[in-house]
Design a protein around this ligand. Structure first.
Ligand code: NAD
Length: 337
């Protein structure tokens, strides 16, 4: 079968990365089925087939994987820090069911490749207590002390993938994302992550003329951020590779949350004043060691944080503008417009 005829399933295709991945795989010429419990929020479906299926149910997992060669497993009950630090049992229960069912159903239906999307949240908290953290390499995941139930479930499914290869010869791939952001991602409602939340706050500040924005904690916690276009390129390259062990996928440029705010303010061309408030912050510092990523894929993310934030901010500002206009809020236009 030629690559063009390969039938792929993307689970979580109604979500942020899943939707971008469907678009990318369609452009590559694959036949794509998307599955989710919801349709993409901000654009039309571009998969060949899109089925609304709750993968916590075994019969749905079997239906989702029928006739499929490659599975990209992205479905998860997840969100930003505010969500994953307050929904532990729900996350562990839902995501365990989704992943146990999807992997077993893929095997039973004869899929040959299976890519699981793990997270930097698998890394032990004891290695992330300082803002000036040593970048995390793949082998650092053990001895295990992941952050929250979200991280434990990711680690468990990484191991599940390893055993499905050992016992059933399923070609498994495991990617550990480090803070993926970009256009068409959730930007309000409680599940949004830091870059989208900052873009929304700065956009509201700019459009309403009130420069004060709230930042959780002192803002000196550090992270690296990777644009979604690099993310889907990396996912695809990993699926084509022969690498079965977990692989980091992220940028290795670490910034503080305060620096992130300033970069978003630059993208908006609007000066903000930070007000620091109590809020969940996650680990103190986190960065990706991309040594293995470069070795395995001969590639690393290309889009600068400034460029990625500019694209993301422009999209979110437009979303915020439409929302404020609907609510009848007076928009402050910049001088000269
Ligand atoms: P997302 O929340 O936008 O997408 C996940 C999708 O899964 C959602 O559309 C959701 O409706 C769907 N889903 C939830 N429960 C389901 C169920 N029972 N059956 C079917 N679908 C269900 O998140 P995302 O940012 O696109 O993340 C995709 C994957 O990458 C997830 O597995 C996530 O844990 C992982 N990840 C993301 C990041 C990041 O920075 N975005 C970081 C680390 C790991």
């Amino acid at each position: 079968m030629s690559e063009k005829q390969t039938r792929v399933l993307v689970t979580g295709a109604g979500g942020f990365i899943g939707h971008h991945l469907v678009t990318y795989l369609k452009e590559k010429g694959y036949w794509v089925r998307g599955v989710d419990i919801k349709y993409p929020e901000y654009t039309e479906v571009d998969a060949d087939e899109f089925e609304i299926l709750d993968l916590r149910r075994w019969d749905n997992a079997l239906q989702a994987t029928r006739g499929i060669d490659h599975v990209y497993a992205l479905a998860a009950d997840m969100g930003g820090m505010g969500f994953i630090t307050t929904h532990h049992s729900q996350i562990l229960y839902n995501n365990s069911l989704i992943n146990l069912h999807t992997m077993e159903a893929a095997r039973m239906n004869g899929a040959t490749r299976y890519l699981y999307t793990s997270s930097a949240c698998v890394y032990p908290e004891y290695l992330q207590t300082e803002a000036e953290v040593t970048p995390l390499k793949e082998s650092d995941a053990y001895p295990a002390q992941p952050q929250d139930a979200y991280g434990w479930e990711k680690l468990m499914t990484e191991i599940l993938a390893r055993y499905y290869h050992m016992d059933h010869n399923l070609e498994t791939r495991v990617v550990r994302f480090h803070n993926i952001f970009g256009e068409l991602g959730t930007w309000e409602g409680g599940r949004e992550k830091a870059p989208a939340a900052m873009c929304r706050k700065v956009a509201v500040a700019k459009l309403t003329g009130n420069p004060v924005i709230e930042v959780w904690g002192d803002g000196e916690q550090t992270r690296s951020f990777c644009h979604v276009d690099d993310c889907v390129t990396g996912i695809y390259k990993l699926m084509q590779s022969n690498h079965r062990d977990p692989l980091n996928l992220g940028q290795d440029r670490m910034v503080t949350i305060n620096e992130l705010v300033e970069l978003v303010a630059d993208a908006a061309d609007f000066a903000v004043e930070r007000r620091h408030i109590e809020g969940p912050q996650g680990v103190r510092g986190r960065n990706s060691d991309n040594t293995m990523l470069r070795e395995v894929l001969g590639w690393e993310p290309q889009i600068s944080l400034e460029e990625g934030l500019k694209r993301t901010y422009d999209w979110i500002e437009q979303e915020v503008r439409e929302k404020l206009e609907k609510e009848g809020v007076a928009i402050v236009e910049p001088v000269g417009v």
